[in-house]
Design a protein around this ligand. Sequence first.
Ligand SMILES: [Zn+2]
Ligand SMILES: [Zn+2]
Length: 179
Amino acid sequence: MDDSQVLRNIASSVILTMHQIPQINHLPIEELHRIPLGKLRKDATRLHAVCRYRKGISKEQIRGPEDVRCVDLHPEATPVQWEEYAKFLLYHEFLHALGFTGHDRTFRTLEALWPNKEAIGMGASFSAHLRRRGAKWAWTCPKCAKEHLRSKRGKGRYRCRDCRVTLIDVPYQTSRPNT
Ligand SMILES: [Zn+2]
Ligand SMILES: [Zn+2]
């Protein structure tokens, strides 16, 4: 199964679940099937997913899925171990696609209706996963051993926030188990 098929399957499952949420099932949920799905750049770290609207349309004008150009997902979110988070990400972007463009109180209330509550909280661990993946150096505190994973050397420019000791650069092996 290629990546675009994987994305399609995840989206279908999300749309099916959305039909079962009473607070939103009056919305044009079936139209979400027509939104093209794509992938973000592999090296994106802060952005996990995005809903892109058609050019020339302001956020205030968004009426629904027909005004959406595409929804892009981080490629690291599609492997099976992140699938539950990927579904939640798509749910979030699909709410944007349905015309809830901002992250206001209404949006957060709808977002919280997603049945897998654990998935809603997976954003922080997914971010940590992305940082570990790109890490080549662990800026390490020689006193408390706390590590800050970075792609570049710290070159003695940073101190431990707790101990005020200069952090040292230790090569980071990405094969290390994620504990
Ligand atoms: Zn959003
Ligand atoms: Zn320290």
